[in-house]
Design a protein around this ligand. Sequence first.
Ligand SMILES: [Zn+2]
Ligand SMILES: [Zn+2]
Length: 552
Amino acid sequence: MTPETKICQNCKQEFTITPTELVQYNKIGLIVPDICTPCRWKHHMAFWPFGKFRAGKSDLSGEKMITILPDNARYPIYTSKEWYSDAWDPMDYGQDYDPSRPFFDQLKELQEKVPRPHQQGAQNTDCDWCDDAWESKNCYLSRSLVKCENLLYGYRAFGVKDSIDISHIYTLDQCYDCTYCFSSYHLFFSKNCRDCIDCSFMYDCRNCSNCFMCWNLRGKSYCIENIQYTKEEYEEKMKSINLGSHADLENHKNRYTEILKKNVVHKESFNVKTYNSIGTNMTNCNNCTNVFSWEDSENCINCLRGTKSKDCIDLTGSWFMELSGNNSACTNSYDLRYSIWCDGAKYSEYCDQCLEIDYCFGCVSLRKKKYCILNKQYTKEEYEVLKDKIISDMKERGEYGKFPPYSMGLCSYDFSTSCIYFPEVAKDYVRQLGGYWDDAHDQKIEGIQTSEIPDLINDVDSNFSKQALICPVTGWRYNISDAELSFLKNNNIAIPRVHFDVRTKNRMVTLSQTKGEAYKCTYCSKDIVGYYPKDWGYEKISCDECYLREIA
Ligand SMILES: [Zn+2]
Ligand SMILES: [Zn+2]
């Protein structure tokens, strides 16, 4: 097989389908896409609401609920408890297939009638102000969390306790403002660290304790800016550092940014225990190509943000997927194609928010069903005949093999996860593709400007959590929660000056780069690809071999 060159239907740029991709598409039974990989990811993640937490009411009972879904949604929203109950039946919305009309139009009509749950997730206690939360307890304003407790403003967290402002985090306790860190305790303002205790402003450090503003360190204690001190010297020097002062904190943040540019040796990719793979931020992956923020997987291609998957292509937001492709936010599924928000789906295509289904085509919000099309029940034989007829009609119209159109998205693009990973996408691009954009969210709000907050956390009184603050970036109102205020006071950290969703988006910048740039290894001058945009100004990028030798 030879590589196929195509012109992307969305961005009009040339792109290539490699022989390896062709093999995978055939194996999974997918139509080879006519849009490039970044355009596929943008499309997928447009179906994944990041949203803005709001209070709303169930369209079934009027019961109050907190949701990230928009208040002008095109579809009914039930509380997830109601959605999972027998109070309604998704089969009541079943439609006959009309061969004279495009299939996507019919699927969209069905989608607009069938209720969705107000929140993704299950088995939580006191996690009302969360989304995509699983087996978690007492978490607040957090998204995508598994087995977390007392987490505030978290985004993609596994097993995190008593922590605030963290993104892509695994097993942390008492941490603050961390990104892509693992197994650490009392770690503040740090990125890409593992096994660190009582440290702040660390970058790519492992097994360190009592260190401040260090990089590329292994197994060190009492270091400041990578200089070794005695315990006494360290404690003396730390007395002059006051993270409880906003001005002081900002200076340290600026110094950290400077160090990332000038001092840090950045590994070409940030993969750990990963073999024969291309991409970055992979852990325990084998034979994965063009894969990012992905763990414990093998034979995956073109995948962004997921874990525990095998033999897949073109997935975003995945968990336990096998032999599947061109899906967004699907989990525990096998042989699933062109679907969104399905869990436990097998041998199915074009399904939305379906659980434990087998052999379904174009269904919405079904649970434990087999042989359904547009939420209507068929026998096995009828199903096969009608499905083949629809696929052949779709092929004639050029629909089959395409992901559901942007017009079926669940929220406006600027409030979707796509906006986190691809903030550069313009309104025109989304609108031309039939998507939504909601920039009308300016509202008059009461509150104080964050410039009026006292510089020192010690000068903020314990009633401060009642004070409404206005984010200078978005104009949105936000508060400091009681738990947050006591964490900040106990740990002497200044009050954050911008809205928590802005903080999350800022943390995600370093984790959302999927475009490789050409660099020369800082040690051996070999040509390498680093996932660091040139305008970040990182001066030292190392090939894997030299990094292993010099830093380990
Ligand atoms: Zn494109
Ligand atoms: Zn090198």
